[in-house]
Design a protein around this ligand. Structure first.
Ligand SMILES: [Zn+2]
Length: 157
């Protein structure tokens, strides 16, 4: 009996080890050419090629006004300003996402497993989530590329 238990543990472990994004049918589907028309070079690199912008390079870091951060690719609301915090890492950071609009997968680009975040509406890569966020709220740090986001201030509504 014990042997079978061990087998199950191994199967589960290997499953999570190779986990990638769940196969999702995105509402917004464009060809690379179409994306290149609507995004600048950096935005395309981050959103469509899972790239990472240089730290401290995003103008969104300084924004303190209230509003919503939407996907640069498809305008889906992803993060709220009240959940943004200064992590000191050089990337816009949030302690939680807008539920239902962000998907999670695993990537190994850095040589180890990281929890990738992407827009559920268009599949655009946003960044990664880490567990060293503010302890007094969620404990999570959503480390997001500013190039993947657009800020819509509440005053513009
Ligand atoms: Zn999107």
């Amino acid at each position: 009996m014990k042997k079978y238990h061990l087998l199950w543990v191994l199967i589960c472990l290997s499953g999570s080890l190779f986990a990638q994004r769940a196969t999702t049918q995105y509402d917004v589907i464009k060809t690379a050419q179409e994306w290149k028309k609507s995004l600048n070079e950096l935005e395309y690199y981050v959103l469509r090629e899972q790239g990472t912008e240089r730290p401290f390079s995003s103008p969104l870091l300084k924004i303190k006004t209230s509003g919503t951060y939407v996907c640069k690719g498809c305008k889906t609301p992803l993060f709220k300003s009240e959940h943004k915090f200064d992590s000191g890492t050089g990337w816009p950071s949030f302690d939680r996402e807008i539920k239902g609009n962000v998907g999670y997968g695993t990537d190994y680009k850095a040589g180890y497993a990281r929890s990738e975040e992407y827009c559920l509406n268009c599949g655009g890569h946003l960044g990664h989530v880490f567990t060293d966020g503010p302890k007094n709220t969620t404990g999570l740090r959503h480390c997001i590329n500013g190039a993947a986001l657009e800020f819509i201030p509440d005053s513009s509504k």
